[in-house]
Design a protein around this ligand. Structure first.
Ligand code: PHE
Length: 337
């Protein structure tokens, strides 16, 4: 019996085969169990001899079964590992990596430059109240300058902000005259314009505001000059022209010189050699007052610039719509490696 069982174990090729053998020989209905069960019928002398023999046989078969089982399990594992080996010499599949949008990069660059000059970053809502978008900026209802910015109204009192200037009023209002303010605020703005190469009904602005005791026009010029040179190159010049905004007095527009140099020398990029990139001025006393600042104690400067224009100038983008149509061939050109 033992010989027979052992040779079957030897032949077994799968774990299932082994299980079958175990049941056949060692199970409740197997021959060994039968022998042990029949012990009662044996004589006193036979009992220990047969008992010992039966147990020995059983142990031998059980040992063999266990050993074979371990072997088969090892073999199975080996096989599995072999099937799962990875050929590390195969070339990988390229992974498509995204990158920041050109506008995002420009806004971040602007933020970095102004953080370097001590400005903090602020945000404000895109759905704005008439009060903050106009009234608090010295543009009462019926003021003709409201027409300068065609607006998307949602209700009589709510609109999509037409500029980031409401964040001036919000920030000053928050401090309510208690401390100086030095912030910039990037964000989306909306105007009822027909989209073309230079106009978009949605675009980006970065507002700047510095309110303190004894802030001067020369401070505005100094900050903007530093900004322009760091953004476009040390050889660039700025020029301020008188302008008008209801919330600044005096008001200016800033041009930047736009010489373009290549292998054939330098040429002026556009008729006059200057391109307008922002509006600004000294914060109007009425605006300070409405936000809780005493204009006899505090004054300040403010400016607003368009990152699209800056990106267009810096990289020679010829159509503002490129920023929004998201043609991957356009966007990819500006991804840094
Ligand atoms: N808000 C103005 C605009 O959108 C720009 C500006 C900001 C002018 C701050 C002066 C001061 O045209």
């Amino acid at each position: 019996l033992q010989q027979e069982a052992l040779s079957k174990v030897e032949e077994a090729v799968t774990l299932a085969d082994l299980q079958e053998i175990r049941v056949a020989y060692m199970g409740k209905k197997g021959p060994i169990t039968e022998v042990l069960r029949g012990m009662g019928k044996l004589s006193k002398e036979e009992r220990p001899v047969i008992g010992e023999l039966a147990n020995k046989v059983r142990e031998a078969i059980a040992d063999e079964l266990d050993q074979k089982k371990a072997k088969l399990e090892d073999a199975e594992l080996e096989k599995k590992l072999a099937e799962e080996t990875i050929d590390v010499t195969l070339p990988g599949r390229p992974v498509q990596v995204g990158g920041p949008h050109l506008l995002t990069s420009i806004v971040e660059e602007i933020e970095d430059l102004f953080i370097g000059m001590g400005f903090e970053i602020r945000e404000g809502p895109e759905v704005e109240t008439d009060y903050y978008n106009f009234e608090a900026l010295n543009l009462p209802k019926g003021h003709p300058a409201r027409d300068m910015q065609d607006s998307f109204y949602i209700t009589e009192d709510l609109l999509l902000r037409t500029h980031t200037s409401p964040v001036q009023a919000r920030t000053m209002g928050e401090y309510n005259g208690s401390q100086p303010v030095k912030m910039i605020c990037p964000g989306k703005v909306y105007r009822r314009d027909t989209d073309d190469a230079t106009h978009s009904h949605q675009f980006t602005q970065v507002e700047g505001l510095y309110v303190d005791k004894d802030v001067r026009m020369s401070d505005l010029k100094g900050v903007l000059n530093r900004f322009a040179k760091q953004m476009f190159g040390e050889e660039r010049e700025i020029r301020l022209r008188p302008s008008f905004f209801p919330f600044t007095e005096p008001s200016v527009e800033m041009d930047i010189s736009c010489k373009v140099c290549n292998g054939n020398g330098c040429s002026v990029c556009k008729g006059t050699g200057w391109i307008e990139i922002l509006g600004g001025g000294m914060v109007h006393p009425r605006v300070l007052e409405m936000a809780g600042y005493d204009p006899k104690v505090y004054n300040g400067f403010a400016f607003g610039m368009g990152p699209e224009r800056i990106a267009m100038l810096k990289y020679g983008v010829d159509d503002i719509r490129h920023f929004y149509t998201n043609d991957i061939r356009f966007l990819k050109q500006y991804h840094k490696a």
